[in-house]
Design a protein around this ligand. Structure first.
Ligand SMILES: *[C@@H]1O[C@H](CO)[C@@H](O)[C@H](O)[C@H]1NC(C)=O
Ligand SMILES: *[C@@H]1O[C@H](CO)[C@@H](O)[C@H](O)[C@H]1NC(C)=O
Ligand SMILES: *[C@@H]1O[C@H](CO)[C@@H](O)[C@H](O)[C@H]1NC(C)=O
Ligand SMILES: *[C@@H]1O[C@H](CO)[C@@H](O)[C@H](O)[C@H]1NC(C)=O
Ligand SMILES: *[C@@H]1O[C@H](CO)[C@@H](O)[C@H](O)[C@H]1NC(C)=O
Ligand SMILES: *[C@@H]1O[C@H](CO)[C@@H](O)[C@H](O)[C@H]1NC(C)=O
Ligand SMILES: *[C@@H]1O[C@H](CO)[C@@H](O)[C@H](O)[C@H]1NC(C)=O
Length: 340
């Protein structure tokens, strides 16, 4: 136990040193996430939705068959109440009993949850859809396959995010590694695909580590956020080189379909991206990000998961992946995180 703590501290010191060397030019600092009350709960690839009828917060996570966690205050306590698909996905692929990255949004008087069926490192993947009128456990109806990928495709059909473009048409962003982030057009009833995938973001540096895309409209721009780097499976005594763990980049466009350019005008298809959030303090490998507007306060909230680097029974162990909540200052036209 002591030995482990010592090793962790040494690694932490090394990591901090390397970071301060490579990032001193930009002197980037990030605010800490909102402190939460109540017992620990696991979150990875969060989706956070406030119920239309009563403002209750519903948080959805990878694993636990797309776990549902609810609260009446953002600070918590958060309660694990069940799963979207307790009986597994109807999609007949490996991973149907452990679905990932549920993406929930409200359309046509119901909640749509796009989810991913896959296994780690595989392109034998699919995006599925379930719907519910209340988001409560036991109310989700599985509609099964929306889109899939197989070995040899340029893309991996996971990490879906639905958005509505400037013409009112649904567009599904998705992707993970290989040629990174793509978009598909959907039918107006949101259940089927009507186009081939089109690439919108690509990191040319191996291992081309972009995933977790989502699009958010603010004022006249559509912002494409991605998670870049390694999400999981960290070993506290052999962390990846600093900066190769998860972090969040953004680019923006006048169209939900891109092209998305970063602050320096670099196209995200050419490894562009402006850093929004990276590791700092207790926050390691933040990503899986989304935004929602809190109807209680009118504030936009930046929602993500991170692996606790210090404040954890097992620092850097992604089994303790936690919820991060911050505010957003949009005044520069680019999202800058604030305390909440
Ligand atoms: C879900 O999948 C698991 C693992 O394959 C299996 O044990 C379980 O019986 C399945 N549940 C249902 C309801 O089919
Ligand atoms: C997907 O994007 C929509 C808005 O475009 C947002 O409301 C929703 O939270 C996003 N969900 C995820 C999981 O990215
Ligand atoms: C899961 O399957 C059981 C047994 O078939 C059924 O009673 C239950 O309603 C199902 N749950 C959901 C959420 O579909
Ligand atoms: C996945 O897509 C391929 C064609 O791209 C198709 O042949 C295959 O049947 C699909 N798999 C599933 C599970 O739908
Ligand atoms: C959705 O719309 C498409 C055509 O736009 C149709 O083929 C399909 O049956 C519809 N699905 C549902 C569930 O209504
Ligand atoms: C973690 O890394 C150390 C140092 O490289 C290695 O000795 C150990 O076996 C690794 N642990 C696991 C679980 O892979
Ligand atoms: C591209 O990938 C490299 C290697 O993981 C990483 O260092 C870099 O930050 C990434 N850049 C973007 C914009 O994703």
């Amino acid at each position: 136990m002591l030995l482990k703590l010592l090793v962790t501290l040494v690694v932490l010191a090394t990591a901090t040193f390397a970071l301060s060397e490579s990032e001193s030019a930009s002197a980037t600092t990030f605010p800490d996430p909102l402190p939460l009350t109540g017992p620990f709960f696991f979150v990875h690839d969060p989706s956070l939705v406030q119920r239309e009828s009563d403002g209750k917060y519903f948080l959805f996570t990878t694993h636990d068959k797309a776990g549902i966690i609810t609260a009446t205050n953002l600070e918590g306590p958060w309660t694990e109440v069940g799963s979207i698909l307790p009986n597994n996905s109807t999609i007949q692929l490996p991973g149907r009993d452990d679905i990932w990255a549920p993406d929930v949004s409200f359309h046509h008087d119901q909640y749509y949850a796009y989810y991913a069926v896959s296994t780690f490192g595989s392109q034998n993947s699919a995006i599925g859809l379930a719907t519910s009128r209340t988001m409560e456990p036991g109310t989700w109806v599985d509609h099964g396959l929306v889109f899939n990928s197989t070995t040899g495709d340029a893309f991996n059909a996971i990490d879906p995010n639905l958005s509505i473009d400037e013409k009112g048409k649904p567009v599904l962003s998705f992707g993970s590694f290989w040629d990174d982030i793509f978009q598909l057009s959907l039918t107006d009833n949101l259940t089927a695909v009507t186009s081939a995938p089109i690439g919108v973001s690509f990191n040319s540096t191996l291992p081309n580590p972009e995933e977790g895309a989502f699009i958010w409209k603010h004022d006249e721009f559509y912002y494409l956020f991605i998670s870049s780097g390694l999400c999981c499976g960290f070993n506290a005594s052999a962390l990846p080189p600093p900066g190769n763990e998860y972090k969040v980049f953004v680019g923006r466009s006048h169209s939900a379909r891109g092209p998305f350019l970063d602050k320096d005008g670099v196209d995200m298809r050419q490894t562009g991206g402006t850093l929004v959030l990276g590791s700092h303090g207790n926050v390691y490998a933040p990503g899986g990000q989304v935004i929602f507007t809190d109807r209680k306060t009118g504030k936009d909230v930046f929602v993500y998961h991170y692996v606790p680097a210090i404040d954890s029974p097992a620092p850097f162990d992604d089994e303790f992946s936690s919820l991060g909540l911050n505010g957003i200052d949009w005044s520069s036209g680019w999202p800058v995180l604030t305390e909440l």
